[in-house]
Design a protein around this ligand. Structure first.
Ligand code: 26V
Length: 814
């Protein structure tokens, strides 16, 4: 059949297709359909096109017996799909017309779609941008993850405090998934291990329990190509025989209990971005999706090639952080125990197949699992890990005989305290390539936490600087700027973001600058309306919109930003008639539910905001707001409306950041430290177009080594002292004056681990330079345009092409 022919409904016109789906698929009266129902019908129209593209892509890849990349990730922060899908299949205009016929705008419809929030933050959103790019640069590719019933919690703010609510995103059904009823694999847990046949490397795993992994696919459209990629998500289902047995004996309650015990594996995303969740259920989730994915990969390979010996020629498996690292042991188990491979042959294949990305240097964020827990949940895998470790350490010992400290640092097992498996070490040893996510981060990896591995295998370590998809983060989120760019340099930038460099010369053109400023103004009005609707605070859209949006973390230093706001407030009160540049300081972000100090920062933002926003002496020239429930869809409103992008982590702590890229791409200027990808943004946009402040990574290390004394800075800096005294003394919490004592004490007496006080003066000085520039809108516009023009490098298409060439051995479309 000809897959290039449009779906049957298309011949009658897209409008008729919407009517037909309202009637046939949604089963509602088209004349009385709600926006959500029309959205579903419109989605069905896009889905018809996408399913054909999926079948054609799959058919072509099978015929070519293509080498494929499999991106294993616990998180995919997709957000909404409809706008992106319509853009990809070229139906945006026609569907806007169809919406209009029902007295709606396309925005009314898209707003009814729930976000697929299957991730915590940067790592999950990166995976979503990568899928978009893998499809767009035409890589034969699959993402593999978990079909969580509940995604990232929803955040509301009650009395200034974060309240978490469940996210039942599948409640009303999603038009975007394709259940693959024929695709399911058993995943086993627990039990014990018996020796295999004499002379084989294999063992027999007498497992104690088993759960089925069922495949649900989402089609990921490519842009400018009919090719698509697949996101295959696994749902846990109790094996039917277990079900049946309890049902047959009439014990329905027990049957339900059994079912729950198995199916809870894919119920909820762990929202823990602050400490790795060392819970058994998390380990089960990791193994569940990794095992199902690798079984699926081997089944596809066997169907195409009939043997596994050429696996590494056809398969690249990428580990997005260490969450799927157990896959190294799982592939070994499958090859050795179930496919009769010898150990050495299996190991050679495994190392060629896997590659691994590290996303954080923070030691407390590196995943480890107690040996005792792994023994209980995955006894055969533990045995395999021990053998990998002993062979690895024996080889390493030859390099530095007798150097026990070297061996201890490399071991897959942490021996101090409770014995634990180090998942990062397993990932490195089991992969042929390991990368960080920005130039600075990759350099720090080989200089610090992985230095001894880099000494063993220098060629294994590399850098892949992150990127973001310009389709969602510019074309879709900022239609005003997108059309201005289209009419200035053409529309090729969507697929070749480097072309933005062509905007640089237009920064000198006053008409272009004014058009650029007008777009920004419209976006700020939209953001101001969102702020009013969701916080109740009216803000002045002509004020400087100063934005810090990201997970709430001590190392990201939202608190430093608050200190600066309080300093500004005090300075304004001291000289109310001075010519202050009006500012709206906008925060958004979620705190992990157990992260006490992050939650205190949210409350502080709210409390300081309450005082500032109602202080008539400021005459509206300073506002402070916290936008609730930050996520992909909220970000799509905030990014285009930002003037200033706050990227102020302690140097050496933020692996990359990707919000920094989205904001600059939308014409915000960055105020930031020399950290993560800020370093490369500075290189791309030029020193004059960014506000860099604070200690460098080397200076942070040096100050710590020399004995950092925050108390001294406090005593010697009256402006900073006044700020901290006001917060600690209850100026912003008069109902409970001691509310922020502990927060301030952690800076003064607790060592100020992230060195807020050390960077305070330099930060405030940089903010003054920001104000000075903002007074001159034309000068500001020149720099903002230079930022957009310099962002070509940060397309995730560029990142994915680098992975394809240097890590996965795949050819990408140029
Ligand atoms: C971070 C931390 C930091 C402090 C304490 C505990 C803890 C636990 C988890 C994490 C998140 C680690 C993985 C992660 O999400 N990294 C983010 O990955 C993004 C994509 O590469 C990158 O842009 C962010 O800088 C990085 O934080």
């Amino acid at each position: 059949m000809n897959l290039n022919a449009p779906p049957a409904s298309a011949s009658a016109g897209p409008n008729a297709a919407v009517e037909r789906h309202l009637l046939d698929t949604v089963a509602t009266d088209p004349a009385a359909a709600s926006p959500a129902e029309i959205m579903h019908a419109v989605a069905q129209v896009a889905r018809e096109h996408l399913s054909r593209r999926w079948v054609a892509t799959d058919r072509a890849d099978r015929a070519a017996r293509a080498r494929r990349v499999y991106y294993l990730s616990m998180e995919f922060l997709i957000g909404r799909t409809l706008s992106n899908a319509l853009a990809a299949v070229g139906l945006t205009g026609e569907m806007a017309a169809a919406a209009k016929a029902h007295a709606n705008t396309l925005e009314d419809l898209t707003a009814t779609e729930a976000d697929a929030a299957l991730g915590n933050g940067g790592l999950g959103r990166l995976a979503a941008c990568f899928l978009d790019s893998m499809a767009t640069v035409e890589l034969p590719s699959y993402g593999y993850g978990i079909r969580y019933e509940f995604g990232m919690f929803k955040q509301s703010i009650v009395g200034g405090r974060q309240v978490e609510h469940p996210d039942p995103w599948l409640e009303d059904g999603t038009p975007w998934e394709f259940p693959r009823t024929g695709v399911s694999y058993p995943v086993r847990f627990g039990g014990w291990v018996e020796p295999g046949a004499h002379g084989s490397s294999g063992s027999i795993w007498r497992h104690a329990g088993e759960v089925n992994a069922k495949a649900y696919d989402m089609v990921i459209p490519g842009h400018g190509t009919p090719r698509v990629s697949t996101l295959r998500l696994w749902k846990a289902a109790a094996p039917s025989q277990i079900d049946l047995h309890a049902f047959n004996t009439g014990d329905y309650a027990r049957a339900a209990e059994f079912k729950n015990q198995y199916e809870n594996i894919s119920w909820v995303l762990y929202p823990n971005d602050s400490t790795p969740a060392g819970r058994e259920l998390r380990l089960r989730q990791e193994y569940f999706f990794t095992s199902a994915s690798i079984q699926d990969i081997l089944a596809r390979h066997l169907a195409e090639h009939g043997r596994l010996t050429n696996l590494a020629e056809k398969v690249a498996i990428h580990l997005n952080d260490t969450h799927p690292a157990i896959g190294v042991a799982e592939l070994m188990r499958l090859l050795v125990d179930e496919h009769a491979f010898g150990w050495a042959g299996a190991w050679a294949l495994t190392q060629k197949v896997f590659s691994y990305t590290n996303h954080t240097l923070m030691p407390e964020a590196l995943e480890t699992w107690p040996v005792s827990l792994m023994q209980h949940v995955l006894p055969r895998h533990l045995e395999i890990i021990f053998r990998i470790n002993s062979e690895f350490l024996a080889a390493a010992a030859k390099l530095r005989p007798g150097d026990n400290e070297f061996m201890r640092s490399l071991s897959l097992i942490e021996e101090r305290g409770e014995r634990r498996v180090r998942m990062a070490h397993l990932s490195i040893v089991g992969s042929h390539k390991v990368n960080g996510v920005s130039a600075l981060h990759s350099e720090l990896l080989v200089q610090t936490i992985f230095a001894n591995f880099a000494a063993l295998w220098p060629e294994r370590f590399t850098n892949m600087t992150n990127g973001v998809t310009p389709r969602r983060w510019l074309a879709q989120a900022n239609t005003g700027l997108a059309s201005l760019i289209d009419s200035t340099i053409g529309d090729g930038w969507r697929l070749h973001l480097d072309q933005l460099i062509g905007l640089r010369e237009h920064a000198a053109n006053a008409d272009f600058r004014n058009a650029f400023l007008a777009v920004k103004q419209a976006n700020k009005l939209r953001l101001a309306e969102h702020i009013r609707a969701h916080t109740g605070v009216p803000v002045d859209a002509t004020s400087l919109f100063d934005v810090q949006v990201k997970r709430i973390h001590e190392y990201k230093r939202q608190l430093l930003n608050v200190l600066q706001v309080v300093a500004r407030y005090q300075a304004m009160l001291a000289d109310p008639d001075a010519d202050w540049v009006p500012r709206t300081v906008i925060f958004a972000g979620k705190a992990a539910s157990s992260y006490v100090s992050a939650k205190a920062v949210i409350q502080l933002i709210h409390d300081v905001g309450t005082v500032i926003n109602t202080d008539a002496r400021l005459r509206g020239r300073l506002k402070l707001v916290f936008v609730p429930n930050y996520g992909v869809s909220v970000a799509e409103v905030i990014m285009p409306g930002a003037d200033l992008s706050e990227q102020i982590s302690t140097a050496g702590t933020e692996a990359s950041g990707t919000g920094n890229m989205k904001l600059a791409l939308n014409g915000a200027l960055t105020i930031g430290t020399d950290d993560g990808a800020n370093v490369e943004i500075r290189q791309q946009v030029g020193d004059d177009n960014i506000f860099i402040f604070g200690l460098s990574t080397a200076q942070v290390a040096a100050q710590r080594a020399a004995g950092y004394q925050p108390l001294r800075i406090y005593e010697e800096n009256p402006r900073l002292k006044a700020v901290l005294d006001a917060i600690a003394g209850g100026r912003f919490s008069e109902d409970e004056p001691g509310r922020y004592r502990a927060l301030v004490d952690s800076l003064l007496w607790g060592g100020d681990h992230y060195m807020l006080l050390a960077d305070f003066d330099s930060y405030v000085a940089a903010q003054s330079r920001v104000d000075a520039l903002y007074r001159d809108p034309q000068a500001w516009a020149r720099k903002a345009i230079a930022n957009v023009a310099g962002m070509g490098f940060f397309s995730s298409d560029r990142t994915i092409r680098e992975y394809a060439r240097d890590v996965w051995g795949l050819a990408a479309k140029a």
